[in-house]
Structure formats: structure tokens, C-alpha cells
Design a protein around this ligand. Structure first.
Ligand SMILES: [Zn+2]
Length: 272
């Protein structure tokens, strides 16, 4: 078993590249193949532009404002490396997102709903559905993260932990296997039964991107920490601890599962 783990450590980078190739090749199976690759190109470039420009703005701002969590930086952060991994993860995200988008553009039925009439639900039920979705995604991302910290899967996650004192560019700097595990739910919208109200869905995704950039910025802003903890969401002060101490604070959206499963630093310290 130990040998298998050692081998997986060795083979993980090759498996990551193979997964990236397979994801890109999946478009060959799409019923609207031309539209798939067109959609992929637009989504990929848009994601890279949005995430990197957001990361750049927050990086510059956080270098001068906010309270540094790990004290003054001892060395220059590996920004180029973080950007490379982020671009690779966005490639995977675009491969997955292009599936429902190209189906929609090709006139196939999908789960996209642009009006409440298409949702066939009242506005408050749509809002309730979105909150239920956030609760499910929070649980999923917590347990996915715990899974990535098992001996078997850690080789696919350890690279993200090379960013011990991250910058916002590390927010999505994860390998292809982890990116598939994170972004696959977007494919669910291929099912016409899985209705998603696009205005709220896009708002939730944009909020997740902004939150993730903040979680990795290396500083805290008092107002943001207070606001996020009040609404039960993860914060920079909370998530940064996971980068300096990898066995605690696994929550990716909220800190609730860490509290429930006693995996917060406070709980782990109390047990030590
Ligand atoms: Zn981790």
C-alpha cells in the first residue's frame, strides 16, 4: 500500500495532464461539437480574464491595505506559479461549462431558466432553492476537501499547499483532478429537469469567485471578517490557517462543517 502511495505521488502530475487532455477531448462526443469548442474558447478566455484581473486588483490592494495574517512576507510569493495553476484549473472549468452552454446554443433542452415563468416557481421558492443549493455545495466542498487530504488523494492536492502564504492568484490554483472534483456540478445543468435560474445562479458563482479570491489574499479586512462570520461564510482569517496548518479548517464555503466535525484549529488544539 505504501508503495502504491509513493507511486501515486510520482504519477499524479502525469495523471493530472491526462485528465486535462481527456476533458478537452470530451467535446468530440458533444452533439454540437463545433459549438462546444467555440463555447469552450469564449468561456476559458472569459474565466481567465475575470479571475486574473480580480486577483490582480485584490493582490495590489492587499499588499498595502489590511492586516497581514502571517506577518511580513519573508520571500516573494510564487505568483507566476499560482497563475499557471489557476489558468489550468480554468481550462478544466471551461471544458465542463461548455457542455451545457453548447447544448443551449444548439437548441437542445437544458436546465437554464432565464425567467420565473420558465422556472415554474414563485420568486421565494427560487430564492429558497438557491439557499438549499448553497447548503449542498458547502457540504460537498467540505467533504471533497477532506477526501483530498486522505493519503490516496493528497498527491492531487498537495500542490495547492505549496502556497503556504498565498496571494489571491492561488484562489483557484488547483490541479486538474481537483478542478474536476470541484467544477463537475456545472454539468448537471445539461439535464432539463435540473432547472437553474440564471440571474441568481450567476450571482452565486460570481460571489463564490470573489469569496475564494478573498480567502487567499493573505490579509484580513475587519469589515469583511465581521460580515462573513455573521452570515456563516468562510473568511480570509479562517482559510489562511489551512495553508499554514494543513490539518485544520477544511471548509471552502462556510466554517459550519468544521465546527460540526470539530476540525477547526480551536477544536484540534483542544484535543492535542
Ligand atoms: Zn487543503
Amino acid at each position: 500500500m505504501a508503495k502504491q502511495i509513493i507511486n501515486l505521488h510520482r504519477w499524479a502530475p502525469a495523471i493530472d495532464w491526462a485528465v486535462l487532455g481527456l476533458m478537452f477531448a470530451s467535446g468530440l462526443l458533444h452533439p454540437a461539437m463545433g459549438l462546444y469548442y467555440q463555447s469552450f474558447a469564449v468561456i476559458f478566455l472569459s474565466l481567465v480574464a475575470i479571475v486574473l484581473s480580480g486577483g490582480f486588483l485584490l493582490f495590489k490592494y492587499s499588499e498595502y491595505r489590511g492586516q497581514r495574517i502571517q506577518g511580513e512576507r519573508k520571500k516573494t510569493p510564487p505568483v507566476a506559479h499560482e497563475i499557471f495553476e489557476t489558468v489550468r484549473a480554468m481550462f478544466i472549468g471551461a471544458c465542463l461549462a461548455a457542455w451545457p452552454v453548447a447544448l443551449y446554443r444548439g437548441g437542445y433542452p437544458t436546465g437554464y431558466a432565464f425567467t420565473l415563468a420558465e422556472m415554474e416557481l414563485s420568486w421565494w421558492m427560487v430564492v429558497l432553492q438557491m439557499y438549499a443549493g448553497i447548503i449542498v455545495i458547502d457540504a460537498y466542498t467540505y467533504w471533497k476537501h477532506r477526501l483530498l487530504h486522505t493519503k490516496f488523494f493528497y498527491p492531487f492536492h498537495k500542490h495547492h499547499h505549496s502556497f503556504k502564504d498565498p496571494t489571491p492568484f492561488a484562489g483557484f490554483a488547483v490541479g486538474p483532478v481537483e478542478a474536476v472534483l470541484t467544477f463537475w456540478p456545472v454539468v448537471v445543468i445539461c439535464l432539463p429537469e435540473a432547472k437553474h435560474f440564471v440571474p441568481l445562479y450567476l450571482t452565486a458563482i460570481t460571489s463564490f469567485v470573489l469569496l475564494n479570491l478573498y480567502l487567499h489574499c493573505g490579509v484580513t479586512f475587519t469589515w469583511a471578517e465581521k460580515l462573513l462570520s455573521k452570515i456563516g461564510l468562510n473568511s480570509s482569517g479562517w482559510h489562511n490557517i489551512h495553508h499554514s496548518d494543513v490539518v485544520v479548517n477544511f471548509g471552502e464555503v462556510s466554517f459550519i462543517w468544521d465546527k460540526l466535525c470539530k476540525t477547526s484549529r480551536q477544536d484540534v488544539k483542544a484535543r492535542a
